[in-house]
Design a protein around this ligand. Structure first.
Ligand SMILES: [Fe+2]
Length: 253
């Protein structure tokens, strides 16, 4: 019986070096299953420290569950508009990772990625000034319809500890919360305030994703990791209820 050499035994740590270089260059990279032979956590330790999520656990299952059928939520099969993860974080997690156990077989369920600073440069002068100068009250209910809400006031594009951080939430700018309730969705659908700069930014970001985002359909067994301070992401609608990924948040070390 023959066996594949362990990922690290191929050429010491060079494949991880290549992944780190790609992550630095384009803001995202995909690790193949052979990079994960020592475990997803061991692979992620090369990029940062895993931190707890909204549920207090260090993993979150991105899988369709009952109760979220009408919501743009991770545990629904609906599309989710452009956003960064945990805009209420101070700081938000540096990296996000999705480990794909089973990708949707319907051909949808893409994770799309785009550069936040490039999006900001595409805006008119007034909106560019807005994203740099005006603090936005970010608000995230832990679960749609829940009582506890995390808040943070920060400009959409800021510099913290000498590095840029981009925060964005289509859901909040359009519906009032990172995880909007069904009632909030219905209210906002009836009365979109097109004079509100946040509503305009949400609309422009959706259009920007149509033309400029990189759609990634993570293959089974692979791990997508990206810089959450630099890129924003979105998800396309899918119909296969067996799609299953595990999400990780990392702080950089
Ligand atoms: Fe997300």
């Amino acid at each position: 019986m023959t066996s594949e050499p362990a990922f690290d035994q191929l050429r010491t740590a060079s494949p991880f070096d290549a992944a780190s270089a790609e992550l630095e260059r384009q803001g995202w990279t995909v690790l193949p299953p052979q990079a994960l032979e020592a475990g997803v956590r061991a692979a992620l330790a090369r990029f940062g420290t895993i931190v707890p999520q909204y549920n207090g656990e260090d993993t979150w299952e991105v899988k369709v569950k009952p109760g979220f059928e009408k919501l743009p939520y991770s545990q629904s099969s609906n599309g989710i508009g452009p956003h960064t993860e945990v805009p209420v974080g101070d700081p938000p997690p540096r990296y996000l990772a999705l480990h794909c156990h089973r990708q949707a077989r319907c051909g949808q369920g893409h994770t799309s990625l785009a550069d936040g600073a490039a999006f900001c440069r595409s805006l008119d002068a007034k909106l560019q000034k807005y994203v740099h100068d005006v603090p936005v009250q970010f608000a995230a209910t832990l679960k749609p319809g829940g009582a506890y809400r995390q808040m943070l006031s920060a400009p959409i594009l800021s510099r913290e500890s000498g590095r840029p951080i981009f925060r964005f939430s289509f859901n909040q700018f359009r519906y009032g919360d990172v995880n909007p309730s069904e009632a909030a969705l219905n209210d906002a659908s009836r009365q979109p305030d097109t004079d509100n700069p946040l509503v305009r930014l949400a609309t422009l970001a959706a259009a920007y994703f149509e033309s400029d985002a990189q759609p990634v359909l993570i293959p089974d067994g692979h791990l997508l990791i990206w810089d959450n301070h630099r890129l924003f992401h979105a998800r396309s609608t899918f119909s296969d209820p067996a799609r299953h990924l595990t999400r990780y948040w990392l702080h950089s070390s």
